[in-house]
Design a protein around this ligand. Structure first.
Ligand SMILES: NC(=O)c1ccc[n+]([C@@H]2O[C@H](COP(=O)([O-])OP(=O)(O)OC[C@H]3O[C@@H](n4cnc5c(N)ncnc54)[C@H](OP(=O)(O)O)[C@@H]3O)[C@@H](O)[C@H]2O)c1
Length: 343
């Protein structure tokens, strides 16, 4: 088999294509012959050596990749629900940038009939993140208003779709004009193109009383503004900090990272109590032991996909060996939907 291996933190050239022994399934494990592997912004942070769960669970060397689709190649003796030849997709705690991945069977799902391998590889991480953010850590009611930053990206476009299912009005923010149409197509109620519009003036125009929910993975650039634009009982959901990182060059800008870290808002629970506002954060890669939550999310998401209530993300594919180019593109902040690798 072949896989992408990172031996030390750095830029695109640290993503090495290597040959290694084929995998063996034990116990309730399944080896999947990978047809496509999803790329997530987190994989870039892993490459920089800054991703907490990668440091905690693996260290160096590491093969990134939280999601894949493919065909079951072999099964362990205690596997109950899958057989060789099944078309499957799912999540993995790293290792999916490869031609084979080995996972416990409970992390697999059958690919819905109408979903391609590429779409299936780009589906789980962003939709499960959006599901957890919207439906497992806050209480939602129809008529609420949600502010969604980076709304044309992987997680953002998934949030827009899930909000629609729940009758929540969406204000989607994008950083470039070419992204606007993609979220209008998903039914986003208001779109703010912050490259040409005043972000907060527009938020105030569309939500004069403030928003019920703000989903913000920008970090320091917008976190305080998102909090300030919550109405009473509003929730700010923070699940990333990508504005601290560079958009080109492939290397961390350490002085900027330190300054942004120091500039990040500090929230005081006593003030928050009087303001009736809350901050909620999470990271799914530390949540793999909560099978109850992850299974619930996947079941609902697959059901909604089959019912036509959600669409798979827009996909752009790269051959596995072009992973550096794919990282460069995702880092640029210009992508719409998801990028996937084809081994
Ligand atoms: N906590 C979790 O469990 C979890 C799980 C999945 C993802 N995430 C986080 O969610 C965010 C979105 O992830 P994704 O994989 O779906 O990526 P994505 O949204 O498809 O791409 C990242 C987007 O962020 C925006 N951006 C703003 N500043 C940026 C910068 N300096 N560099 C690059 N992009 C920048 C760009 O959109 P605009 O310019 O249009 O804003 C860009 O398209 C990331 O921060 C990721 O780490 C967290």
């Amino acid at each position: 088999m072949k896989k992408i291996v990172i031996h030390r933190a750095g830029d695109y050239k640290e993503l090495k294509l290597e040959e290694c022994k084929d995998l063996n399934a034990k116990d309730a494990e399944v080896v999947v012959s990978v047809k496509a592997a999803g790329i997530n912004y987190a994989d870039i942070i892993i490459r920089w050596g800054l991703y907490e769960s990668a440091k905690k669970f693996v260290g160096w060397p590491i093969t990134p990749g939280f999601e894949y689709s493919g065909i079951v190649k072999s099964i362990g003796p205690n596997v109950k629900n899958y057989k060789v030849g099944d078309n499957v997709f799912g999540v993995s705690l790293f290792n999916a940038y490869a031609s084979e991945v080995c996972v416990p069977e409970h992390q697999l799902n059958f690919i819905p009939e109408k979903m391609t391998f590429e779409e299936a590889a780009g589906f789980p991480a962003v939709f499960m993140t959006a599901y957890h953010a919207l439906l497992q850590i806050v209480v939602v009611r129809p008529g609420m208003v949600a502010l969604i930053h980076s709304a044309a990206g992987g997680v953002g476009s998934s949030l827009v779709q899930l909000c629609k299912i729940k009758g929540i009005k969406t204000i989607g923010v994008v950083g470039s004009s070419h992204k606007v149409q993609s979220i209008k197509d998903l039914g986003c109620d208001y779109v703010i193109d912050k490259s040409i519009e005043d972000l907060w003036k527009k938020v105030e125009e569309y939500a004069p009383r403030g928003v019920d929910l703000a989903f913000d993975a920008n970090g320091v650039e917008t976190m305080q503004g998102s909090y300030d634009h919550l109405m009473a009982s509003g929730k700010l959901v923070v699940y990333g900090a990508h504005s601290m990182f560079p958009k080109k060059g492939g290397k961390v800008n350490w002085p900027k990272l330190v300054v942004d870290f120091l500039k990040s808002p500090r929230f005081n629970p006593l003030n928050m109590t009087s303001e009736n506002k809350s901050l909620i954060t999470f990271n799914l890669s530390f949540l793999f032991e909560r099978r109850d939550l992850l299974d619930e999310a996947m079941l609902d998401l697959i059901m909604w996909y089959n019912e036509g209530k959600i669409k798979a993300p827009i996909i752009k594919s790269y051959p596995l060996e072009k992973v550096g180019e794919a990282h460069m593109e995702l880092e640029s902040g210009k992508t719409v939907g998801k990028l996937v690798l084809i081994p």
